[in-house]
Design a protein around this ligand. Structure first.
Ligand code: M6R
Length: 363
């Protein structure tokens, strides 16, 4: 049932405020003290966090790497399941391994999980299907409560994975003693505001329809971001290519001049994901480099960021101003909507793109 939407993907994008509200309720404890996570989750003795996943779930893992390092001060190893399992990763009894999978059946992720069993201290999974093999074979499974995701392009599962990973990072910060009670309470208050920010992002995202039509005419599109917005750039590019079949690449903004800038001319739209955070000015210097080569910059930022960017950008989308912790979750919305509207514009099969399966159960 598409609930009045033209595609499951549109329905699933629109559901995100309520999905995240539900997941927040599920993991909220009696007070503000700490996220209420299942028994057995414990980072007090964690030497390292090892994050493993595929596709969009891997980009959620890449965002979480920043959180575990910054919030909990724990070293993080983050890899694609199909690489991780074949490279004899160095593992230890104090490692906490976390496997992220919407379906809980992805063959490479499952094989990676089996590879670490008995070699690490704890095996956690972040899954949408609580009865899945990955959920069953992990020590503790944390459901993301996204509800069935039918569209092949993962949308609400991504943001719900990010929410659960943020809660895990906060818990890790508390367990390691790095996060003081006040800061933890402030982060939890920020997370409580997430569903409202997602709703605002959805409202403002409607303005992306015309911009997406321009993307729909492009042969190549670049996505740029820094810090936790770098994995969002990768996610934006993956979403666009998988459903619209437009060639898209995500890059860390700072890597631009190490190669990708050679691609830029007046025909290449460059989507820049840049909340007004500590890295904003650095990203803007990359934007200037793109504009100097006639690249068409589509800047996703808040009002202060757009004002600072000034004239010269082809399009700006005013996002709500959000706390740093929430930015990668809220900015997923315009990434999804750009891909969705570009695919609709091109008339592709949005929910069932060619060559792809919802659950990849072969290696
Ligand atoms: O079920 P999983 O989360 O393990 O699936 C992982 C990837 O196959 C999946 O995220 C894929 O990249 C999506 N089609 C992306 O939209």
């Amino acid at each position: 049932d598409k609930a009045g939407h033209r595609h499951f993907m549109a329905k699933e994008i629109a559901e995100q405020p309520s999905v995240l509200r539900g997941a927040l309720e599920f993991y909220s404890g009696p007070g503000d003290e700490a996220p209420c996570l299942p028994e057995g989750v414990d980072f007090a003795a964690a030497g390292r966090v090892v994050l493993v996943a595929c596709g969009t779930a891997y980009y959620a893992a890449q965002v979480a790497k920043y959180w575990f390092e910054q919030i909990a001060g724990i070293a993080v190893e983050c890899d694609i399941a199909s690489e991780f399992r074949y490279r004899n990763p160095v593992l230890g009894p104090r490692d906490v391994a976390i496997f992220i999978s919407q379906s809980g059946e992805t063959a490479d992720t499952l094989a990676a999980l089996r590879h670490v069993q008995g070699r690490v201290g704890q095996v956690l999974s972040v899954v949408n299907v609580p009865t899945s093999t990955i959920a069953r074979e992990s020590d503790v499974a944390l459901p993301i409560h996204a509800g069935p995701e039918i569209g092949v392009a993962s949308t609400k599962a991504f943001t719900a994975q990010l929410l659960v990973l943020a809660l895990l990072a906060l818990r890790a910060g508390r367990d390691t003693g790095r996060l003081d009670a006040d800061t933890l309470a402030a982060h939890l208050r920020d997370l409580a505001a997430l569903p409202g920010f997602m709703a605002q992002a959805l409202d403002r995202g409607e303005a992306l329809r015309d911009i997406a039509a321009e993307l729909g005419e492009a042969r190549d599109v670049l996505f740029l971001g820094r810090g936790p917005m770098y994995p969002l750039a990768l996610e934006g590019a993956l979403k666009l290519k998988e459903i619209s079949y437009i060639h898209a690449e995500g890059h860390a903004s700072g890597e631009l001049k190490h190669g990708p800038i050679a691609l830029i001319d007046q025909h290449v739209p460059v989507v820049v994901m840049a909340p007004r955070d500590a890295l904003f000015d650095k990203t803007m210097s990359n934007v200037a480099e793109v504009m100097a080569r006639q690249g068409q910059v589509i800047l996703l930022s808040d009002r202060a960021g757009l004002a600072e960017a000034g004239p010269g950008i082809a399009h700006g989308l005013a996002m709500p101003a959000v706390p740093d912790l929430l930015a990668p979750i809220v900015y997923a919305v315009p990434a999804q909507l750009l891909a969705y509207h570009a695919a609709v514009y091109r008339g592709t099969d949005v929910d069932q793109p060619r060559n792809l399966a919802k659950s990849v159960t072969v290696e």
